[in-house]
Design a protein around this ligand. Sequence first.
Ligand code: FSX
Ligand code: SF4
Ligand code: F3S
Length: 394
Amino acid sequence: MGRQKDKSYQSTVSRQYRQLMEQCKINLDKMEQELPPPRDDLKDTLKERGVSRRDFLKWASLTTSALMLPPMFKPLVARAAENFSRLPVVWLHFAECTGCSEALLRSTYPNVDDILLDTISLEYHETIMAAAGYQAEACLEKALHDFPGKFICVVEGAIPMGLDGHYLTLGPKGKTGLEVAKEVTSKAAVTICIGSCSCFGNVPAAKPNPTDCLGVGDALGIKTINIAGCPPNPVNFVGTLLHYLMFGALPPCDSLGRPVWAYGKRIHDYCERRPHYDAGEYVEEWGDDGAKKGWCLYKMGCKGPYTFANCAKVRFNAGVSWPVMAGHGCIGCTEPAFWDSMAPLEKPIAEKNVIGGEVTVDKAGAALLGVTLAGMAAHGVISAIKGHKPENHD
Ligand code: FSX
Ligand code: SF4
Ligand code: F3S
């Protein structure tokens, strides 16, 4: 009886995946018809940058599994990557340090994610475009005119709301960031926030927040896809765009608008130092014996127990390292208001009695984590992918 149930469950799942594949093929066909041809032939670009076909296929396998899709989707992930440079992107900058653009567009390692980012069709990007003043504004107007409802609006930085938005003005007409954001996001297919400043306000919104900065979603009252991190991992941006190319919709998100495939798991649960946490082996001082042995950084302020992101799994700089591996604790940069809520960054929150009374390491973890977990929404992969639009995330 049980085995029969198992069998029928498996066949339902594989039928759903087959349907999803069909949907994905239809979507890719549509996109190939509607959007301009790829600006770059990815095969040539990969060859020039020393990435073999075999490496590319290996990347496609890893990306497929990172996106929580079964292996049968690998050819479709590869096809989406070949079409990556078709997607028109308008990239806006507000209150921020531009570290996100630096992290995303200035890589030295020839891995596939970075190469894809190099080929992205940037119709407008204030930091790296040659045009300035009226010429730059004309580029923006052209992109809005040429790709209405089709371009991806990527936003970097928080929006100052104080003085009716006048703490930040842009371009020759002196429009406020708020005005530009409203105009451009209203014409975009989707709005993706890059970095914790545009997602949640972050550093520019840190107390006392003199310019009254807000994240884009809060400032405009719209739903955004939030690729959190200060700066975020390029892999999380690339994966989200590939998902969009494949399904015509952005991936399922948690209640904070972060894609579940990238931000669904807690740092602490994938950290290579976790066995030391469980064994009560902590670094007590920078450079001590525990530090040399790679023990847990909790007592040095690591916020991994309260932070959701895939840093431990995908790492940075082509998978070379990540903050905890490099020897510093996680500072919780993917969480809202981390600059204030995770302070002091090099001490455990428990010592500051943030949750009141005397607390142990474990109690601090459980109590604070409870708050974060309450904001998480569980999603089944299939149901969530189907017709999931950014405005639907709960
Ligand atoms: Fe913020 Fe990004 Fe941190 Fe900086 O643009 S997320 S301060 S890395 O640059 O916005
Ligand atoms: Fe890793 Fe930090 Fe958790 Fe320790 S507290 S196991 S260093 S994430
Ligand atoms: Fe940020 Fe922590 Fe990852 S500080 S980069 S979320 S390890």
